[in-house]
Design a protein around this ligand. Sequence first.
Ligand code: NAD
Ligand code: GLY
Length: 375
Amino acid sequence: MSEELKRNSRSIPVKIKDDPYEVVVWRNGLQHIGEELTRVGIKTGTKILVVTNNDVAVPYAKLFLDSLKKSGFEPKLLVLEAGEDQKNPESIALIHDAAYSAKLERGSLMIALGGGVVGDMAGFAAATWLRGISIVQVPTTLLAMVDASIGGKTGVNHKCGKNLIGAFHQPKLVLIDPATLNTLPEREFRAGMAEIIKYGVIGDSKLFTLLEKSKDLKNLEALDNETLEELIHLSCSAKAKIVSLDTKEGGLRAILNYGHTFGHVIETLCGYGNWLHGEAVSMGMIAIGKLAIQLESWSKKDYERQKALLKKAGLPIVWPSLNQEEIFRVLQGDKKVKAGKIRFIIPRKIGEVEIRDDISIDKISQFILSLAKES
Ligand code: NAD
Ligand code: GLY
């Protein structure tokens, strides 16, 4: 590792058996992507397809490609349209067409340069091209940095539901350049902050306290570089630890869905375009927090601490007006339902949650009624 890299970056190991890799947090690391690939063993001359979208290509594609060429790689660029509605099988066909044109072989590489949508699509295209070629994730949204780029979940939406088509395909490297957040819209920044707060509640009270100490969390300007990088580092470490222990979501990994069960209800019933994922998760964390109080699983004090952080991050905390029967219908159709039992991630204290599927249907109905009354 060069002296410059040692000074400016921090590396988090993701210890997945047979597929270990590093998450490197490196401010301005985007312009060193070529050196990084060489460092992790990608051979000079390797053909590379960089998949990105318009929003990211304009500010970053040139310096990214320049760095790859400087290190002796042969990159081709595919620029897709931006947006969740592009996350479909047609876009995968476009990526595969580009892979064919670029003559990608078994030893070639795809790089996802973008947010979670680009990362999930390029990851899935790489998992399926020639039965699987390597992928490197270079996330450019806060959400993709701390969540989507780590852990190998890839895929696209089916017309009947989100992320129904997919595969596990771990990246060879995740390179996070926090400087790319300078161009990210504020609302997207806040949505990513919801996932950071989630890590604090599910497993890292130190991260939670760091968030509490920050005066403001609403936008990039509110945080100094050092604090932002520490938040990203702690979040990535939390995710890396969980996916290393349970790579294919046999058990523990489900705790990453904290706030997502009720968040999914909001996304489904309000339409995916209305709320960003992180915003829905914020309201979902409030809802599950209230259920946990009713179950006497955690204290009102911890609930208030969580609520204060979500508020400080400018995230929505009021449950929207939704029909209770519809809420129940979505909850029962959720991927988190196992053998007819609804599975919830229930907080116990800041830094600790448990997976429960023993909450009676009566209790859940009463709770939904109380939620509906509040809104
Ligand atoms: P996104 O990829 O749609 O990005 C949000 C917006 O920001 C887009 O318009 C994008 O073009 C733009 N953008 C990205 N980086 C930018 C930058 N640096 N400057 C300016 N604009 C930029 O959304 P997201 O929140 O990053 O990801 C959401 C997706 O991630 C969803 O599809 C979700 O299912 C998926 N996801 C996957 C996992 C996983 O484990 N694989 C985890 C969480 C979420
Ligand atoms: N975002 C949930 C997971 O990676 O499992």
